[in-house]
Design a protein around this ligand. Structure first.
Ligand SMILES: [Fe+2]
Length: 502
């Protein structure tokens, strides 16, 4: 790790009135989540000591050993402390944004990003029985029974006559071209640029023949894994895309939500069990996000938009923990992972609001939730046959299969060249929540609850132009003990329960 992150950490410990030993700092810098670990260490040391020693770091790391999967082939990588502590209301597991880029040359910075992606995802694939005789690309040989490689997809093209696919994949040792026969099982799922896949290969006899892909193995969510469940009677409500400051912000519907959460609407018994609110980005409408946006704004000053949002949050009961991430309309760098909102826009917010980066993974009472705004829908929907903004949860399944939220580089989703790829989905969550599509979607995939969390903005002229039909003022209330949910429509005078189920 280079100097930028080191200085960032030293400054953080100083801010917390802690002196960090050189050996301790060195050890922290070698970990996957140095910022999250640093926060844990400060909490762990508390007021007991002004020092963070190497022994303290080692003790903290020892407690972070992975939980054991229940009969699974892959362990979920969630720290054991979380799995063992369903009574802890909130635990931050991973923020996508891990500090500013450390390389000074853009090419080196992006190289580091893609190496990080490859290493994180290859770690999930290595050791699987579906990938026998696994070897680096450079050492690939024609084993009896075939051999396997793990590669990042660089290019996909079709043979002109028979429409087989030719994939070019890279690993850290080199590049390889392989043939995916048309109509073979491996060709059924579209290969996306820059996703990481495991390929089991068979070798054809004859000079110049490409190895054939006999099977494709994606990182995916294990069928069996440790699943977080809270104690009975704890619920969370999921929202997204508030767009406060827009003329189209649905103030009246928001009022119905506030009444409901205060127990002043129908279902006060249910409302009283909601302890958490998760908001998946686009907290405000922002400024200059799309051409002539000023015509759509009720509040033209972005700082004032956030102040208004603070007032809206204060309307909610203060027993709630409100977890927020930014989206592409918010006042942070649009490249993903996005940092958490800065204090100069959120300073007046109530203290029960947690301000995290986009994406972020956290546990609510032991239930692991990944919140991602969903900007990559703009790239994945055109790239995946049959995908649409009306069914974002289909795209979210594909994200889980790839274990990546935004694999495509160089299109609409700008990627920040951070040394660690914070868009890798690791650990696999119990709930994946997104926004951005301004629709409402619920689905399940291998035990993961998928939510696209609607919007609190009516249709804008810009959306009409882009053929996006919003489904606003919906919210899912999820029972964290069972992951069963009740879906509400707050657009009318009284919230309507749209459906409930496990
Ligand atoms: Fe939005």
């Amino acid at each position: 790790m280079a100097g930028g992150l080191r200085e960032h950490l030293v400054a953080y410990f100083e801010e917390q009135h802690k002196l960090v030993e050189a050996g301790a700092l060195q050890l922290i810098l070698t970990q996957n989540q140095p910022l999250v670990l640093s926060r844990e260490l400060v909490e762990r040391v508390g007021a007991d000591s002004p020092f963070v020693t190497r022994e303290i770091v080692e003790a903290a790391l020892a407690q972070r050993r992975p939980a054991r999967a229940v009969g699974g082939d892959l362990a979920s990588e969630v720290p054991a402390t979380v799995r063992l502590a369903p009574t802890v209301p909130f635990e931050l597991l991973r923020e996508g944004f891990t500090g500013p880029p450390v390389a000074t040359q853009p090419i080196a910075a992006y190289e580091a990003l893609f190496q990080s992606r490859f290493r994180q995802l290859a770690r999930l694939l290595r050791g699987r029985p579906q990938l026998p005789n696994l070897c680096p690309v450079k050492e690939l040989r024609a084993f009896d029974g075939g051999a396997s490689v793990i590669g990042m997809v660089r290019e996909v093209r079709e043979t002109p006559q028979r429409h087989h696919l030719i994939l070019t994949v890279d690993d850290e040792s080199g590049s390889l071209e392989v043939l995916v026969p048309r109509d073979s099982p491996g060709s059924r799922t579209t290969f996306l640029p820059d996703e990481v896949v495991g390929l089991h290969l068979q070798f054809a006899k004859g000079p110049g023949k490409l190895p054939r892909v006999a099977a494709v193995e994606r990182p995916d969510v294990p069928h069996t894994r440790a699943v977080g469940r809270s104690p009975a009677g704890v619920r969370a409500i999921f929202l997204s895309d508030l767009h406060v400051g827009s003329r189209s912000f649905l103030s009246e519907s928001w009022g119905h939500l506030v009444d409901f959460l205060r127990g002043e609407g129908p279902n006060p018994e249910l409302a009283a069990t909601i302890d958490h609110v998760v908001v998946a980005g686009d907290l405000v409408d922002g400024i200059g996000i799309y051409p002539r946006q000023e015509r759509d704004l009720a509040i033209a000053d972005v700082v004032e938009q956030y102040a208004e949002l603070g007032r809206r949050f204060r309307e909610l009961p203060d027993r709630l923990t409100i977890v927020t991430i930014p989206g592409n309309h918010d006042a942070v760098c649009p490249a993903e992972p996005q940092p958490a909102l800065p204090a100069n826009v959120s300073h007046g917010w109530p203290t029960n609001v947690r301000i995290l980066s986009n994406p972020s993974t956290f546990a609510l009472h032991g239930v692991v939730i990944q919140a991602y705004h969903g900007r990559s829908f703009d790239d994945l929907i055109p790239a995946l046959p049959g995908a649409s903004y009306a069914r974002p949860t289909d795209v979210m399944k594909r994200m889980l299969q790839m274990r990546h939220l935004a694999p495509i580089y160089g299109d609409r989703t700008p990627l920040a060249p951070l040394p660690q790829d914070g868009l890798v989905i690791d650990p696999a969550p119990d709930i994946l929540v997104t926004g951005h599509a301004h629709t409402f979607g619920v689905d399940r995939y291998r035990g993961v609850l998928l939510l696209n969390a609607s919007t609190w903005q009516a249709e804008t002229e810009y959306q009409r132009m882009r053929n996006i039909s919003p489904v606003p003022a919906r919210a899912a209330v999820v029972d964290l003990a069972t992951l069963g949910l009740a879906a509400f429509d707050f657009s009318g005078r009284a919230p309507v329960i749209l459906g409930a189920g496990a």
